[in-house]
Write a protein that binds this ligand. Structure first.
Ligand code: NAD
Length: 482
């Protein structure tokens, strides 16, 4: 099977294009081949998107009808949920439980949420002091938006950019990650099936060069990017000459603070899942677990026991709790962090090895790994590992915990485990993170803003924040003098 970019509703040509084969992270099986977009494909897609913005069936559409189209997409996602979940499970190695239980349902839910928003994008009457003058504001679509996404949660992340971009009347070009483009390609087809014009939703395959061509293109008005901080910084530089609007959802190094007053059972399970869901390949993963010293040994031994019995397996097996990493290179990268942590003096409590037995020999599997006595300066406590590694850092008092948790260039998410209500809210205020969870896993909801401080990015997705991110305010003065 050869997948191609979809430009103006049609498959792009494949001859003279670079071809790439996608392999399953679970067993190395060949899945499909896809053709990278050429630079002329990028130009064609941008030209088509600009036409899309002018097409009466899109530019003159009523908000009610636009909402109806988005609702239809949500229904189609639900009807094809198994198929879409299977695509990310095979392509990205996402365990089926997460694909079916979170990824596909969240994509449908986000479309439903923004279907409702399409009829509620309002301006306001401004209090100007110029006599006999009326002033009001509207929110206008920005124009052509490039939506560039990572491989870790392909479908849901594409949906949470696409739905608000369409609700606000933009034309979009999706550029999924080259490691896992399958479900995005299918999502674009479902948008067309719902009745959204081919010029308004397109997808281009390819790697950094295709993303960069979109970012630099004069015909693109806005870039919404989710991915690494390094690439985010490059995008800012590349977008500067054209002053494109840019929103960035980047990396994270979420602190998890387990206080002495925590429900230990809840904290152990919450940290296990919060750190290791999607094999630890998640921006919001709990990667620095600060545990109050009086309970640190108990916590370390309980979480190590729980890690030992986790079911590691191929992503398509519904009973799998920990699936594969995306590539062999990612396994090597995480192993280097594990070796580095040991060399720096962290204490390995469980795991640390690549798994090859029991049918896992052709995939990219690592044992769930638990370190204790991790120090703040260690690389494992500073950098994004993006693998199944839990780092425990003992602390003594809450001021110290806050200072150490906040001592990171990232600021995406943080979590506090406590039964003390006052402490919970005090900590929520003091932690420097776009989202603070109390006694919870890192959840995402269309109604709750998602994004971060510092190197975690610019702007917020979800909720009304995403409507602002995909619109420009316009002011209108009206002279009322007869
Ligand atoms: P990545 O930055 O390597 O790539 C992301 C996307 O950008 C891919 O589609 C890639 O082809 C494209 N790209 C690469 N170089 C580019 C360039 N110069 N110009 C334009 N596009 C370019 O990230 P990844 O490895 O796919 O994903 C992992 C990263 O994503 C992690 O750092 C993770 O924290 C982050 N992430 C963040 C969130 C969030 O909501 N904050 C969510 C998921 C993942």
């Amino acid at each position: 099977m050869i997948l191609t970019s979809i430009i103006a509703g049609s498959s792009a040509p494949t001859q003279d294009r670079a071809h790439e084969t996608s392999f399953s992270p679970s067993d190395g099986a060949e899945l499909f081949t896809f053709a990278h977009a050429s630079m002329s494909d990028v130009d064609d897609a941008v030209a088509a998107a600009r036409r899309g913005m002018q097409m009466p069936q899109w530019s003159d559409i009523t908000p009610d009808r636009r909402g109806e189209l988005l609702w239809r997409v949500s229904t189609l996602i639900e009807e094809h949920a198994e198929e879409l979940a299977m695509m990310d499970t095979h392509d990205a190695g996402m365990p089926m439980g997460m694909s079916k239980g979170v990824n596909a349902p969240l994509a449908a839910q986000v479309f439903r949420y923004y279907a409702g928003f399409a009829t509620k994008i309002e301006g306001r009457l401004s209090q100007v002091s110029i006599p006999n003058t009326l002033h009001y504001t509207t929110r206008e679509p920005i124009g052509v938006c490039a939506l560039i996404t990572p491989w870790n949660v392909p479908l849901a992340i594409a949906a949470w950019k696409l739905a608000p971009a369409l609700a606000t009347g933009n034309a979009v070009i999706l550029k999924p990650a080259e490691q896992a483009p399958w479900s995005t390609w299918r999502l674009v087809q479902l948008c067309h099936e719902a009745g959204i014009p081919g010029e308004v939703v397109q997808v281009l395959f390819g790697g950094p060069e295709v993303g960069q061509a979109l970012v630099r293109h004069r015909g693109v008005d806005k870039v919404s990017f989710t991915g690494s901080t390094e690439v985010g910084c490059q995008i800012v530089a590349d977008a500067a000459p054209t002053l494109k609007r840019v929103s960035l959802e980047l990396g994270g190094k979420a602190p998890s603070i387990v206080t002495a007053s925590a429900d230990m059972e809840q904290a152990v399970l919450g940290n296990l899942r919060g750190a290791l869901f999607n094999s630890g390949q998640a921006c919001g993963a709990y990667t620095r677990t600060f545990v109050q010293r009086s309970r640190a040994d108990e916590f370390a031994s309980r979480i190590a026991e729980a890690a030992k019995v986790m079911r590691v397996g191929v992503a398509a097996d519904e009973s799998t709790e920990l699936g594969p990493l995306i590539t062999r290179g990612q396994v090597e990268r995480v192993l280097a962090y594990i070796e580095g942590a040991q060399a720096e003096g962290a204490e390995l409590v469980h795991g640390g090895r690549q798994l090859r037995d029991g049918g896992l020999d052709h995939g990219h599997f690592l044992e769930p790994t638990v370190f204790t006595n991790v120090q703040d300066h260690m690389r494992i406590a500073q950098e994004e590992v993006f693998g199944p590694v839990i780092s425990i850092l003992p602390f003594d008092d809450m001021d110290e915990a806050v200072a150490r948790a906040n001592a990171s260039d990232y600021g995406l998410a943080a979590v506090v485990w406590t039964k003390d209500l006052v402490l919970a809210h005090t900590m929520a205020k003091r932690l420097r993170a776009g989202t603070v969870f109390i006694n919870l896993l890192p959840l995402i909801d269309p109604g709750a803003p998602w994004g971060g401080f510092g190197l975690s990015g610019w702007g917020r997705e979800m909720g009304a924040f995403a409507i602002d991110e995909f619109t420009e305010p316009k002011g209108v003065f009206v002279g009322l003098e007869a």
